[in-house]
Design a protein around this ligand. Sequence first.
Ligand SMILES: [Zn+2]
Length: 410
Amino acid sequence: MELQFLGGASEVGSLGLVVRDQGRTLLFDYGLTPTDPPSYPRPAPMNLDAAFLSHAHLDHSGMTPLLSRLPKARIVATPVTLAVADLLTRDSLKVAKLEGYLPPYAPEDIRSLHARAHAVERKGTYRHQGIEVDLTPAGHIPGASMFLYRGDKDVLFTGDVQTIPTHLVGAAEPVTCDVLVMESTYAGREHPDRKETERRFRDKVAETIERGGKVIVPAFAVGRAQEVLMTLASSGYAIWLDGMARAVNAIYLSAPEYLADSRRFRRALDGVHVVEHSGERRHALREADVIVTTGGMLDGGPVLYYLSELYRDANSSILLTGFQVEGSNGRQLLDHGTLTIDEVTIRPECEVLKFDFSAHAGHSDLVNLVRATGARTLVLMHGDQREKLSEALGHECEVLMPANGERFTV
Ligand SMILES: [Zn+2]
C-alpha cells in the first residue's frame, strides 16, 4: 500500500496522512498549524473515501471542514472528537476575523460536515464498503483514538498518544500491527515525574495564596484546563474558570465513558466558579485565589485581561502548564521575562514558572509503545527530532522518516 503525508511528517502541526490501498483512498487526520497566520497542509485527494480524526486538537482536525467539498468523503471519529472539533473549527473562524487573515473555509463548510460525520464509539469498528478500521483509546485527551486499518497489512495510526493515565483520561491501549505510524513529539526527551510535578504545582499555588497573591494558570481549553482543575480539586481555594474550556466541560460531562473518572471530574467542577461573560471578569479578579483561563500561550483570550490587571503584583504568580511555541507570548515570557499586550511590551513582576503537564508520551514511553505493538515497520511523524527514535529502534524494526509530500510504500 502507498502512504503520503500531506503535512505534519517532520513537524508538529498540519498533520494529514493519505493511505492508498486496494483502490481505496483514506485520510488520517487533517489539521492546520495555528500560528498567526496559520499554515496549512497540501490539498486532500478528490477521490477520498473516508477521513479518520484521531482527536479534536486543531493540528489534527483544523482542516476537516474543507473535506465537505469533496464528492464522497465520510468523516469518522468518536462523538466527543466530532463535538469538540466542531467547537474548535468555529472558534478558528473567529480568530481569523480578529487577527485579520482569510480563513481556509466558511461557516457553511463546518455545517456541511455534519451530514458527512460518522460517529464511532471508543473501541468500536468502522465498516463501510469493505473498509474496516478499529478504534482503540490513545489516552491524550477524552475521545482521542488510535486507528487500526485492516488492509493489505494492519496499519496502526496513533494520532497523539499518552501511555500514562492522567486525572482526566486513561492510558493508551496499543494493539498489535504490522505497520505503526507514530507521533514523535517528545522523541529524545523525557517528562519529569508526573506526581512530583503536581506536588510542586500545588505547593506553588499554596505559597502564592499565603503571601497574598493570586495565581493565573494559562491553559489550553481542550484537555489541559480540565486536567489542572482536577489537580486542584478539593484544595479549598476559590478557583475561577474563564474561556472556551467551559463549553468543552459540557461535552465531556455528556460523555462520561470517555473520562478516567467522571464522578471525580464532576466533583472537581462543582467547586469551580465559571466566568459566564466578560463583564464578570472584574468580579472574578476580586474573588479568585486561582484563575484557570485560555489562551495557553498568552497570545489571546481572557488571560490577557487578567495579566494586564495583575502584572505589577509581585505576590501573584503565572503558572504556565503547556508547551510554549517559538514566537508566542508565553515563550517570550519564559525567555525574556516580557509580554506584549496590544502592541505594548510589559515586564510582569509576578513570579513565572512552567510545569510539564504534557498529554504526550515521553521518549521511553514511545519506545515501549512500539515494542508493545510488535510492528515490523515504524513510520515516524509529528516531530522535529524523529532521528532520536530511529536511533533507539533502528535495530529492532524498519524505521521510515518520510518527508511531506513524498509517496512511499509499506
Ligand atoms: Zn493533540
